[in-house]
Design a protein around this ligand. Structure first.
Ligand SMILES: [Zn+2]
Length: 314
């Protein structure tokens, strides 16, 4: 792409770029250029739900310099992506990820992969391409004769082990980590609710010499000011979505919500919902955004019930 530069010296330089035997950069660039020219002939097609003519397209003949280079790079990326998907669809075992409908999109950068623990990256790749030694795979590889799950006697595939085994679900194996953290959190909140500060109704009113009730334009911080969310009333009820804890109040049961912890006060009509996510350490931000989006709806429902709702824990 050096031929598009304005510098005459750079323009004449034609370096030979060494790449692998199967993929040649000159061929890829030529193919991308041809694709861009064909796209221009076809014209703009509607690909989303926006109104006709609302999206603008860049055309190869009108682009210059860096814009042209970016278009070629983008086109090569698209071509490589579509080739990869085509190949994956043809592979019944390793290409199973093409059938995942409800999976969350996760883009991994080289930097993230580089900093991952070797065992974790190995597990991640082998779980995506179904190469973990599940009983079904061991039978396929001729290492074992019985593909059944020792817990439920169903066929033990990777998917079954990670999220489908009924017995593992009933034993709480999938929610163990989440529930242990939730238990700790609920116990701490339960203790903290007894240490709240009630509003002091007998607070002294300062009177100035002239008889006015208080000093104007000055706020005096006192120890009676509300410091934490639970201050202001003493009848908080804590319920958690755990078998050994009290069940949620009826107002929550009427909705289809299942918050992890509900802190409820009947006298002040306040309701605090806590939603807990226990993600992997470097997925905190991502999980927070996902959970925030999920919590938006509960928030609306709670407002309808004329209750104050807040709370989000990570
Ligand atoms: Zn099972």
């Amino acid at each position: 792409m050096l031929e598009d530069t304005e510098d005459p010296i750079v323009k004449t330089v034609q370096p030979t770029i060494k790449t692998g035997r199967k993929w040649k950069v000159i061929e890829a660039v030529d193919e991308a250029k041809e694709c861009l020219k064909i796209k221009e002939v076809i014209g703009q097609t509607q690909t989303d739900r926006k109104g006709l003519g609302s999206s603008t397209a860049k055309w190869w003949s009108k682009a210059e310099g860096k814009e042209k280079r970016d278009m070629v790079i983008n086109e090569i990326r698209l071509n490589e992506d579509s080739r990869r998907v085509q190949k994956a669809v043809q592979q019944p075992q390793q290409g199973q990820w093409t059938n995942w409908d409800n999976a969350l999109q996760k883009s991994l950068t080289w930097n993230e992969i580089w900093h991952m623990a070797p065992l974790r990256i190995s597990f991640l790749i082998r779980s995506v391409y179904d190469l973990l030694p599940s009983n079904a795979n061991l039978v396929r590889w001729g290492k074992k004769e019985d593909p059944t799950c020792p817990l439920c006697q169903g066929r033990q595939t990777t998917e079954h082990v990670l999220s489908f085994c009924k017995i593992a679900l009933s034993q709480g194996r999938y929610t163990w980590r989440h529930n242990r953290v939730l238990q700790e959190l609920a116990a701490i909140i339960s203790t903290a609710k007894g240490e709240t500060t009630l509003p002091n109704t007998n607070a002294l009113i300062f009177t100035t010499e002239g008889g006015a009730k208080s000093w104007h334009g000055r706020s005096v911080r006192t120890t009676n000011q509300i410091k934490c969310l639970l201050d202001g009333c003493d009848d908080w009820d804590v319920s958690a979505d755990l078998p050994e804890w009290d069940s949620h109040p009826s107002i929550i049961k009427e909705t289809r919500l299942r918050p992890d912890i509900v802190i409820h006060s009947a006298s002040t009509q306040q309701l605090i919902m806590v939603e807990l996510t226990v993600p992997y350490e470097n997925r905190m931000e991502e999980a927070h955004i996902y959970k925030k989006r999920e919590i938006h709806e509960p928030d609306q429902t709670a407002r309808k019930c004329r209750l104050q709702s807040c709370g989000d824990a990570r």
